[in-house]
Design a protein around this ligand. Sequence first.
Ligand SMILES: [Zn+2]
Ligand SMILES: [Zn+2]
Length: 93
Amino acid sequence: MKRMCEVCSKREAVILCDACGKALCSKCYEFEVWGVERTDFIIKHFCSACKEDPDINPWGAFDKAAGIEELIDNVRNIMKQTDHEEKRLLKAM
Ligand SMILES: [Zn+2]
Ligand SMILES: [Zn+2]
């Protein structure tokens, strides 16, 4: 049996909230990019309630301040850099 979204109950769930474990559909989940180090990051998926909770999602404020497009641009740049570094490492080996 397919699991339905626990927020809207209308669509099929595609992912679970990283914080509360609720099943979320593609319309109800929100993603957040967490920087770990300057060049390291992880992508978290949250329901809207957890995304708004600063205890769960300390990066939420940063997200709003920077704007999601800017954030995604940053992530793309980091990904490109990582890719280059990996290729460089492969060449060196
Ligand atoms: Zn939903
Ligand atoms: Zn949640």
